[in-house]
Design a protein around this ligand. Structure first.
Ligand SMILES: Nc1ncnc2c1ncn2[C@@H]1O[C@H](COP(=O)(O)OP(=O)(O)O)[C@@H](O)[C@H]1O
Ligand SMILES: [Mg+2]
Length: 280
């Protein structure tokens, strides 16, 4: 971490600040270097924070600051060039099967129905055939697609396809969810509906969520804490605790004074990076 560039507020970075047990995920000075045309370039500078069990943590930062890279490393799909990620205390070696990962490019198999798409993780895990159908029906119900089990992806709206992806990820009850801008391309109203659903599912299941977004309002709406990352090489600017009580109604929370304050504070930290530093 470049000490001259990061101003840490809230005193939340580093070791478990509350001292109440082992973190679910801990990022210990994680950096990632790639090579472009034979030349090394630093994509991710230095990520250093913990995610506690059951916590909802968002990462916000401009395009190209290494957010997806950090999730890829957490999923075990990529190795860091420096530092280490630990999952429940153990270094992540190969693919981390305890996490569910909704990637930015997530798509459904077009030749399979909703039901068949949602069942994929059960097939991969050789889940007993006999209760697959029941699990799938329960999940379809949970994400509000009861009428659509036999439909194909092409017959669904964008929001419905997101629900199917969510159902497919949740069906094997991962203890941790990594989500990379899952609602990015949706219109504003639909985004709120799905945020509400996600909060409900998260509260029911007690899942730990690490969520990437570049939408500050979304980060404040959903999170317990927001990690703010600078433009490339992504360096942590601050971690902000979102002290708004739960359960939150996503349609109403944005009218709270505290919501506006937090959003403004985050924007004040990020605006230079967002306006100048991003790759978009
Ligand atoms: N596998 C890769 N090989 C080379 N460069 C990569 C690779 N993955 C990402 N990058 C580069 O690293 C930087 C960070 O990428 P990424 O993590 O996708 O950023 P973000 O998700 O914050 O937009 C970008 O410049 C991107 O082009
Ligand atoms: Mg990304």
């Amino acid at each position: 971490m470049r000490p001259e560039t990061h101003a840490l507020a809230d005193g939340e970075v580093g070791a478990d600040p509350t001292g109440d047990g082992e973190p679910m995920i801990s990022f210990d000075h994680v950096g990632k270097r790639f090579f472009k045309k034979g030349k090394p370039f630093q994509a991710l500078g230095d990520a250093h924070f913990d995610v506690r069990p059951g916590e909802f943590v968002s990462i916000v930062g401009p395009s190209g600051c290494g957010k997806s890279t950090l999730l890829n490393i957490t999923a075990g799909l990529m190795r860091p060039s420096s530092g280490q990620v630990r999952y429940q205390g153990a270094p992540i070696g190969t693919v981390n099967t305890r996490v569910g990962y909704v990637t930015q490019a997530d798509t459904l198999l077009p030749w399979r129905t909703v039901r068949q798409n949602i069942g994929i993780p059960l097939e991969i895990r050789h889940h007993p055939r006999t209760d697959r159908a029941d699990l799938i029906e329960a999940m379809i119900e949970k994400v509000g697609l009861a009428e659509f089990g036999g439909h194909y992806p092409a017959e669904l709206s964008g929001g419905m396809r997101k629900r199917v992806i969510l159902a497919r990820t949740l069906i094997y009850q991962p203890e941790t969810l990594l989500m990379d801008e899952p609602f990015g391309a949706l219109d504003a109203q639909l985004k709120l509906v799905l945020q509400q659903e996600l909060l409900r599912l998260w509260a029911d299941a007690g899942t730990t969520i690490l969520f990437v977004t570049h939408d500050l309002a979304e980060a404040v709406t959903l999170s317990d804490r927001v990690v703010v990352v600078s433009s490339r090489p992504g360096t942590m600017r601050t971690i902000k605790a979102i002290d708004i009580e739960r359960p939150r109604d996503v349609f109403e929370v944005r009218f709270h004074d505290r919501f506006r304050e937090l959003q403004q504070e985050l924007w004040a930290i990020l605006q230079d990076d967002m306006l100048e530093g991003g790759e978009m």
